[in-house]
Design a protein around this ligand. Structure first.
Ligand SMILES: Nc1ncnc2c1ncn2[C@@H]1O[C@H](COP(=O)(O)OP(=O)(O)O)[C@@H](O)[C@H]1O
Ligand SMILES: C[C@@](O)(CCOP(=O)(O)O)CC(=O)O
Length: 538
């Protein structure tokens, strides 16, 4: 499988680790005058800096610095720019994107203060932010993946409750629990979301909407500009690959950018500065995760924000977690299979909490054993003797995966469909399997043996397909949150301006491949330079 591909397909598929990203050459930095609601952030807020390239493209709605850029070099280009200017009166549409993840070791245990190892994957969510004209005082969500759309009148939202001095939170705050009074204040505004849909669908819609609304009301102010937020994701939803964290990161990053509290991303940004921005986004993404699934550990949003791979521990929820990056996470030969059995992370996490209440000692012993497995796995893969092509290395890691899976079964979070995948893989004798994510359905990962014959692999793939399982092609260790400002992608060297991505194009992109082709950070040909990332990997 090509490492440049991130398409879903119908058979099983391997996962590859992405090579470390190369830094692009330096560029000058300058402020980007994003339309900012006054009073939405304290005066100590740092200036937003973006690369010169970013500033150049900011001409679409806000800066008229065209003469200084080679973007205005042809009459045709000027015409295009003018057309765009008319269609985007406040600020240019921009996109943010964040990846999903796989947890290799330690899911569930991580909720209870133990370690987990996780890596970002190339399947991602993309959020397009389009400003409305000044007179339009609405904020609209279009989330077509879940068939949800909703509009709020900005002037009717409970800003005053969120901005009471005792309640007000700022972009730099660490919020570790939802405020029940604020949740209650949002309730009537969420009740209107898909109010006529069946209960299960309404719940999904309202939890996605609540993640957005809580962050908006916390970070914004009544003078927030009218906007459309359109979300498309290439991640399967509720399949254990961190879709909720991925959308929470997009929402947090977009709103923080809109209130001008993020610096960059730009290619020559010092990694310390980049780390601070990533930390801010991550804190607010965690708030989104709390809205969607109640009691998150924070591992998913951390990986979705910073990308790559890491060992994560959160012992004390009132403090930031410990995140140890695993820059040299090995290029493991993995197979990722989806049971297509939908489930909710909140339900699976609650099952373990209940078990812990009814059988505290036994449950704690299981969680402790998972912790030991994760520690041992971390030691193994960071050891210089570990060789991802060697049977002995893979077998040692694979055995730890088998043990981890067994303990997850004991916690009650497996599912007959997950056990079926394991049975089929074991029957062919081609690797070691564990569930990944919350379980109860969702996905399984298999670490493949080095010498798997083509026949065995094909036989397994055929059976998986026959029995209705899905498979994903993805790479591990991908970039974290990224920004495309403005939402313009060049399609060729001669195309000075490239295509502006408006809401219609974005909504009409056909399926996962259409989204990837239109806005994907990797497109079909590898990295797309227009996407910028906060680089913390040094
Ligand atoms: N593309 C999307 N559009 C809108 N909401 C989404 C999307 N992806 C995920 N969500 C939200 O996240 C929830 C799934 O989160 P969760 O149960 O934690 O599963 P996962 O393992 O995929 O993160 C959905 O019910 C929905 O509320
Ligand atoms: C079960 C858990 O450890 C991972 C959940 O992952 P996902 O939502 O299934 O992608 C929960 C958490 O860490 O918040």
């Amino acid at each position: 499988m090509s490492s440049g591909s991130s398409k879903k397909s119908t058979g099983s598929a391997s996962i590859q680790l992405k090579k470390p990203h190369s830094r692009s050459s330096s560029s000058s930095t300058t402020s980007v005058p994003i339309s900012t609601p006054p009073g939405s952030s304290p005066s100590t807020s740092p200036p937003l800096r973006m690369s010169r390239l970013d500033t150049g493209v900011a001409i679409n709605g806000i800066s008229a610095d065209m003469e200084n850029t080679d973007l205005a070099s042809t009459a045709d280009a000027r015409k295009k720019a003018l057309q765009r200017k008319q269609s985007t009166p406040m600020m240019p549409p921009f996109l943010v994107s964040a990846p999903g993840k796989v947890i290799a070791f330690g899911e569930h245990a991580v909720v209870h203060g133990k370690a987990a190892i996780a890596a970002a994957i190339s399947l991602r969510s993309y959020l397009l932010v389009t400003a409305l004209s000044k007179s339009k005082r609405t904020v609209s969500l279009r989330f077509p993946d879940i068939n949800m759309s909703h509009t709020w009148n900005l002037d009717e939202l409970p800003w005053s409750i969120f901005s009471q001095p005792s309640k007000k939170k700022y972009y730099y705050d660490l919020v570790t629990s939802l405020d029940p009074e604020l949740v209650a204040a949002m309730k009537p505004h969420l009740a209107d979301v898909s109010s006529h849909a069946p209960e299960d669908i309404r719940k999904v819609h309202q939890s996605s909407a609540s993640a957005f609304l809580y962050i908006l009301l916390s970070l914004g102010s009544q003078s927030f500009p009218g906007c459309l937020y359109t979300l498309r994701s290439t991640l399967p939803i509720s399949a254990g690959l961190g879709s909720s964290a991925s959308i929470s990161v997009c929402i947090a990053a977009a709103l923080l950018l809109q209130i001008r509290t993020l610096s960059g991303p730009h290619p020559d940004q010092p990694s310390e500065e980049a780390r601070l921005q990533v930390e801010r986004i991550n804190r607010w993404a965690f708030v989104g995760e709390m809205c969607i699934h109640g009691n998150p550990s924070g591992v998913d949003n951390t990986i979705a924000t910073q990308g790559k791979a890491a060992m994560f521990i959160r012992k004390d929820y009132s403090r930031p977690p410990s995140v140890k990056p695993l820059w040299n996470f090995p290029e493991l030969p993995l197979l990722l299979v989806n049971t297509k059995q939908s489930r909710s992370t909140a339900t699976e996490v609650a099952k373990v909490a209940t078990l812990r209440k009814t059988h505290p000692q036994i449950t704690d012993s299981i969680l402790h054993a998972i912790d030991k497995i994760t520690e041992e796995a971390a030691e193994l893969i960071t050891n210089e003797d570990f060789d991802k092509d060697e049977m002995s290395s893979l077998e040692a890691l694979g055995k730890l995966m088998t043990l981890n899976h067994g303990l997850l079964v004991a916690l009650g979070v497996s599912h007959p469909r997950l056990e079926r995948i394991r049975e089929l893989v074991d029957h062919e004798g081609i690797g070691w399997t564990k569930l990944t994510g919350a379980g109860g359905g969702g996905c399984a990962i298999t670490l493949l043996k080095p010498d798997v014959s083509k026949e065995r692999m094909q036989r397994l793939e055929a059976t998986l397909e026959e029995e209705g399982f899905g498979k994903f092609e993805t790479t591990l260790g991908c970039d974290g949150v990224g920004v495309l400002w403005p939402a313009v992608l060049k399609n060729g060297v001669d195309d000075d301006y490239g295509d502006e991505i408006d809401q219609e194009k974005f909504l009409n992109a056909d399926g996962i491949e259409g989204v990837e082709q239109l806005v994907g950070v990797r497109g079909y040909t590898g990295e797309r330079d227009a996407w910028k990332f906060w680089r913390v990997d040094s």
